[in-house]
Ligand binder design. Structure first.
Ligand code: NAD
Length: 288
């Protein structure tokens, strides 16, 4: 499969590199020259534009920040991809945007899957992502060898377009609420004078243990927040899940509050920090 990969950021670069390691030829395009140089160093082919990347591809993957970026690039993809091309958007966008892309793709004879991921930069580097896919079962089967190079948990969430994005929205809700709970526990423990390292050891081994606690432990201990996953992106995702839940008639009483706390951090200028910076918000409220 000749793959065109658009968006070589924190996630896209290591994901494209894992495809190269698995023997798939990858042509890539992204906005930063140093990311194109990194792709070339890993054995990929940098392209000069989306059109240039897409023209001879069997599969096109987009891994871009947010709905407007994906919608803009999709226009270029669909203008240049040959009919029969498999187009997979792995960015996190709203289920409604995914459904719109599926319709626009079908009009051009292009097959479309939404396939967002979870597992963070570490999962992208290690090839251990969770891949949650929505779209026709045949197209999912065709994409499976590619997904297998990127992740260890690969699930077809439904044939309705946007099914993968709906599951990813739930994922982002769970991660944000869990992060906030961890941040509150860390501030409580620190203020109580307990040895935080020891406390996190024992908490990690019990029912309170989670991937969030394990992966973000060093951020909580060091109070450093290099991304990772930016607050700006989690703010976008909380907007997606609150809108989708409203549409579905599901209440998010705690999720709504955490969405507000993520928005507050962003308003205070912390949007470029890792989402573990929710700890900063709790510290501010606690006078630290
Ligand atoms: P990022 O900002 O690091 O990378 C985005 C890349 O897209 C950049 O390299 C940029 O050059 C490129 N880009 C933007 N507009 C473009 C355009 N018009 N044409 C070509 N390239 C363009 O973002 P990221 O952290 O890699 O996240 C990408 C997506 O994956 C987001 O939707 C995010 O929500 C999701 N995600 C991120 C993580 C994480 O931990 N970072 C985890 C799971 C999912």
């Amino acid at each position: 499969m000749r793959i065109a990969w658009i968006g070589l950021g924190i996630m896209g670069s290591p994901m494209a590199e894992n495809l190269l390691k698995a023997g798939h030829p990858v042509t890539g395009y992204t906005l930063e020259q140093h990311k194109l140089d990194r792709l070339a160093a890993a054995g990929g082919t940098p392209a000069a534009s989306v059109a240039d990347a897409v023209r001879d591809a069997d599969v096109v993957v987009t891994m871009l920040p947010a709905d407007p970026d994906v919608t803009a690039v999709a226009g270029e993809v669909l203008a240049h991809a040959a009919p029969g091309t498999l187009y997979i958007d792995m960015s996190t966008v709203s289920p409604a945007t995914a459904a719109h892309l599926a319709t626009a793709s079908a009009a051009k004879g292009v097959r479309f899957l939404d396939a967002p991921v979870s597992g963070g930069e570490a999962g992208a580097l290690e090839g251990t992502l969770s891949v949650m896919a929505g779209g026709p079962a045949d197209d999912f089967r065709a994409a499976k060898p590619l997904f297998a190079a990127l992740g260890t948990t690969v699930v077809h969430c439904g044939s309705a377009p946007g099914s993968g994005q709906t599951v990813k929205a739930a994922n982002q809700l769970i991660v944000a609420v869990n992060l906030q709970a961890c941040a509150e526990a860390v501030v409580f423990l620190r203020k109580s004078g307990v040895d935080l390292d020891a406390a996190l050891d024992v908490l990690a081994g019990g029912l309170a243990g989670s991937t969030v606690l394990a992966r973000k432990r060093h951020n909580f201990l060091d109070r450093t927040y290099a991304p990772g996953f930016r607050i700006d992106l989690h703010h976008k995702d909380m907007g997606i899940v609150t809108a989708a839940a409203r549409e579905a008639g599901a209440a998010l009483p705690v999720g709504g509050v955490v969405a507000g706390l993520v928005a507050a951090l962003r308003a205070q200028g912390d949007g470029a920090l890792d989402h573990s910076a929710l700890l900063r918000g709790v510290e501010r409220l606690s006078g630290i």
